[in-house]
Design a protein around this ligand. Structure first.
Ligand code: FCB
Length: 459
């Protein structure tokens, strides 16, 4: 079968569609703080993102997630949108301070009910729920005790994971402990761009270790509780390209790759932090920590947006940007996804992989009830072609989640950056499918048709 040309833009190639058909799930992703709103409803406690976004000068236009997409109220209609896309799966995160206001102590039944109903709502619509436990919104009460710099937080996270696992673990299709611990550690504690907003590299390194420790403790706690769902972690990753073949650029590329990718992959899969020139700060590690961090995974989530570009020159040589950049200023480099995945496959003994995020911000405008976003369609198509190449080369990739279902609160960039397949008018919470949403649905329809078609052997 040849995929039909879509009225929304060029179709995904027949080869890629076939490669991404059998044993492959299609999804969309969101996270709690970016869409839920209802920041003070039904006993939710404040998180570090409530505090940070309400601190003057920290976010664009002072934007915060108090209302966001009001998904807390509008979730049934949002799940109808998800179902209307024809996807197999939906990735979302739980807000820890919604289910346990302080991050320790009493559980909040109303908060737990929300996720309980959300999961049932997904199952009712035939959509696999993929839960992420931590997408950056630490309860503020835990930050007041030192946050992720305090080793105790790792143990509290494991208690929270066990609770969520006991309640939802027999109904969700996967549970990821953390989303992008690099961002929590580095953007939150070294550059100060994200909550809690510290600028201390040594602190950031210790935080990264406690995040990994909490991941391992959470896996162990959920497994001990008999949680049935596959368990994993979501890491943001990139290939690294040296700007030239000079030894300086090559060395810089290795350092960048080690601090961004290997810093998380090596402890989980090889049992130690990477030792390469250029990395000089290491965390305090207690006996037994690395074994906990290395607890086996059922899946690995990979978020890919752009490559790392390594130029040691002063001033640095900029990347060529042949396909331009997104509205975030992030270079569009689809082949980096293929490179990254084949490198990971070469370097580690991997569990099945899901692309848990990939997507593009555009300055989308609603005109005559429509949103034309051809660059997003081109972005997704090219990344899916790269993904298919990696799968064809033997990397065990089981699914792709577009980031994001909805335009939403893009952290320090506020509501200015639009990643959604669905446009949100924040003045009235009106949702409008962009052309990319229609295009994505047609890709999925083609892949589903091939997945259920008999193979040559069967004929
Ligand atoms: C990722 C985050 C996600 C969103 C996208 C654009 O790093 O996980 O919440 O902000 O970037």
């Amino acid at each position: 079968m040849t995929p039909k040309a879509t009225p929304y833009g060029p179709a995904l190639s027949a080869t890629a569609t076939r490669t991404l058909s059998k044993d492959f799930i299609w999804g969309v992703a969101t996270s709690a703080y970016q869409i839920e709103g209802a920041a003070a409803a039904d006993g939710r406690g404040p998180s570090i993102w409530d505090t940070f976004s309400h601190t003057a000068g920290k976010t664009r236009n002072g934007d915060h997630g108090d209302t966001a997409c009001n998904h807390y109220q509008l979730w049934p209609q949002d799940l109808n949108l998800v179902a209307g896309l024809g996807v197999d799966a939906y990735r979302f995160s739980a807000s820890w301070s919604r289910v346990q206001a302080s991050g320790y102590g009493a559980w909040n039944a109303k908060g737990l009910d929300f996720y309980d109903r959300l999961v049932d709502g997904l199952l009712d619509r035939g959509i696999q729920p993929h839960l992420t436990l931590y997408h950056w919104d630490l309860p503020q009460a835990l930050q007041d005790l030192g946050g992720w710099a305090n080793r105790d937080t790792a143990f509290r996270f494991a208690t929270y994971a066990e609770k969520m696992g006991r309640i939802l673990g027999d109904r969700v299709a996967g549970i990821a402990t953390h989303n992008e611990p690099w961002c929590t550690a580095v953007l939150g504690n070294q550059t100060g761009q994200f909550a809690p907003g510290f600028k201390d590299e040594t602190l950031a390194v210790q935080v990264s270790h406690h995040l990994l420790l909490s991941h391992g403790l959470a896996l162990q706690a959920m497994r001990a509780a008999g949680v049935k769902a596959p368990l994993g972690i979501v890491l943001n990753q990139s290939s690294a390209t040296p700007a030239s073949t000079s030894p300086q650029d090559l060395a810089l590329a290795q350092t960048q790759y080690a601090s961004f990718v290997r810093w998380y992959m090596d402890p989980i899969f090889l049992g130690d932090y990477p030792r390469v020139p250029g990395l000089s700060i290491y965390p305090q590690v207690q006996a037994g920590d690395m074994a906990i961090i290395g607890s086996p995974l059922d899946f690995l989530g990979v978020n890919y947006y752009m490559r790392l570009w390594a130029s040691a020159s002063i001033p640095p040589v900029p990347p060529p940007m042949e396909l331009g950049a997104s509205d975030m200023g992030w270079e569009i480099y689809p082949d980096g996804l293929r490179q990254l995945l084949t490198n990971l496959h070469r370097d580690y003994c991997l569990p099945p992989i899901y692309i848990t995020e990939n997507g593009m911000a555009e300055a989308d405008r609603l005109q005559d009830g429509q949103v034309h976003d051809p660059r997003r369609i081109d972005y997704v198509r090219r990344h899916l072609e790269a993904l298919a190449q990696a799968r064809a080369a033997g990397v065990d990739i089981r699914g792709y989640f577009y980031w994001s279902l909805l335009d939403n609160y893009e952290w320090d960039s506020g509501y200015d950056k639009r990643f959604g397949l669905v446009h949100v008018d924040y003045s009235n919470q009106q949702r409008t499918l962009k052309r990319s949403a229609h295009w994505y649905r047609s890709v999925i329809e083609d892949a589903h048709a091939l997945a259920s078609a008999p193979t040559y052997e069967e004929i």
